[in-house]
Design a protein around this ligand. Structure first.
Ligand code: ZN
Length: 478
């Protein structure tokens, strides 16, 4: 029994040893496997920045944190091979960018969300150290400027308040992304600042005697009040000399300021030559006043008249010694330039009118638009009518005139000043100036007195056109 027992016991011991060995081998194998598994290299992305905030308008620089490849025993830090997009920092909000990390032939793509945000408050600057509280209670301009990186200039949106307790001016501003800024500056009650008077134009002006002078004036601004500008002094363009004009202003608190302009009226430069004032398209309602001016200076001019206006005006032109010349009766391009026949019908019609008024049939003429006009080509059916007319008018005993000084009053010039300037700068010193003006234009007529004064002062003489005068021919274009 004992033996059997032993036998039985002996058999059970054997299987225990076997089991123990089996378990030991199994555990060892498992541990080895785990160790081998733990040591297998891979990407470590724990340090990668999944989200980021960048400032609006800042220069973008990629930042992805840390990504490496390896095991717990050693990890190699990687730099991304590429990121497929840069961040547009000029657009607020969320943007996604991709980073690609590579190790050997293994790659990993990681996406980062970037939030472009405006956290920058507006910048407040002031020019003055102290603000002025005007007697009226108004806070005087102290050169405030508010600029924001996102909204741009915000000066107009700032709130400006005066805090009486401690005599401070407080400026507040909030930008559209709710960033706010405050600026506090000392303030002083009472206005000690004078108005600022600034000259319009130059401080020194020189003109020739009898030249026309128009003062450009000055401008005044005051920190507290609406102030008026006072001008004293004047320029007598008839007398050579130095003149001073003073512009002054005073504010309600008695602060004063003034500026001066010096105008020198100089002896004019001498010139010579004959000026032929010529007036087309009249007579008109402006012609009598023109005749008055010509009479005042005893200047004789030439009128290329049409079928318009009063007979009495033409008679006056004639009686006062001006040349009454012909321009066509209708001045209708479409009619007169259709054919030679039409042209002469119209020309004789105006010639008859003048003859009936003055008793004299003029032979001095000017073509509507001048001999160089190209408008006639629109109506002449391709016959080059100007070439024909310049020949046939002369064959019929007429003398035609163009001009070599244009006042521009039929085009670019629309003011008396412009007419004056166009004329005087084109006068032919030492030669003949045939000036084209229209006595149908009031502003052009208004420039004549100044032109006469200017020219007489320099030594020019005036004359009416005659058949032997310089004709200022342009040359035909069609
Ligand atoms: Zn005309």
């Amino acid at each position: 029994m004992k033996k059997q027992q032993e036998k039985a016991t002996g058999g059970s011991k054997k299987s225990e040893i076997f089991l123990a060995i089996f378990l030991a081998v199994t555990i060892l194998a498992s541990l080895t496997c785990a160790a081998i598994f733990a040591l297998k290299p891979e990407f470590d992305t724990l340090g990668f920045l999944l989200t980021r905030f960048v400032d609006y308008g800042s220069e973008y620089q990629a930042d992805y944190g840390k990504v490496c490849y390896g095991t717990v025993f050693g990890c190699e830090e990687l730099t991304p091979e590429f990121s497929d997009a840069a961040v547009d920092t000029k657009t607020l909000g969320q943007q996604e960018i991709t980073f690609n990390f590579k190790h050997g032939n293994k790659t990993i793509e990681l996406k980062q969300t970037v939030f472009v945000v405006d956290k920058t408050p507006p910048v407040i600057t002031v020019e003055k150290e102290k603000a002025t509280i005007c007697p009226s209670g108004k806070i005087a301009n102290f050169g405030l400027k508010v600029e924001d990186n996102y909204d741009g200039e915000l000066t107009d949106q700032a709130t400006i308040n005066y805090r009486e307790e401690d005599q401070k001016v407080i400026i507040n501003i909030v930008d559209s992304n709710k960033n706010s800024a405050t600026y506090i500056m000392p303030a002083e009650v009472g206005d000690t600042e004078a108005p600022v008077v600034t000259l319009n134009g130059d401080a020194y002006v020189s003109i020739y005697q009898n030249n026309w002078y128009s003062d450009a004036g000055a401008t005044v601004v005051d920190n507290c009040d609406e102030v008026e500008l006072k001008t004293t002094g004047s320029v007598n363009t008839n007398n050579v000399g130095t003149y001073e004009i003073t512009y002054s202003a005073a504010d309600n608190s008695g602060n004063e300021a003034s500026v001066k302009r010096t105008v020198e009226v100089k002896q004019p430069q001498r010139a010579s030559g004959t000026i032929y004032l010529t007036f087309d398209d009249g007579p008109s309602a402006h012609t009598p006043r023109l005749l008055d001016v010509l009479k005042k200076y005893n200047v004789k001019a030439t009128f290329f008249v049409t079928g318009s206006g009063d007979d009495s005006t033409i008679l006056r032109e004639y009686k006062e010694g001006h040349a009454v010349a012909l321009h066509t009766f209708t001045h209708d391009y479409g009619y007169v330039y259709q054919s030679e026949e039409n042209y002469f019908n119209d020309l004789y019609r105006i010639q008859n009118r003048v003859k009936n008024i003055t008793g004299v049939a003029p032979t001095l003429i000017r073509f509507p638009g001048g001999s160089s006009n190209t408008v006639s080509a629109n109506y002449d059916g391709g016959q080059r009518i100007m070439s024909k007319l310049v020949k046939s008018v002369q064959e019929k005993g007429f003398t035609y005139f163009d001009w070599n000084v244009s006042s521009g009053d039929a085009g670019g010039a629309t003011t008396s000043d412009a007419v004056f300037n166009n004329v005087v700068r084109s006068l032919k010193n030492g030669g003949s100036s045939v000036i084209l003006q229209h006595d149908t234009k009031g502003f052009s007529v208004d420039a004549v007195e100044r032109i006469i004064q200017y020219a007489l002062n320099r030594g020019y003489t005036f004359a009416p056109l005659t058949a032997s005068s310089f004709a200022a021919h342009h040359g035909v274009n069609n």
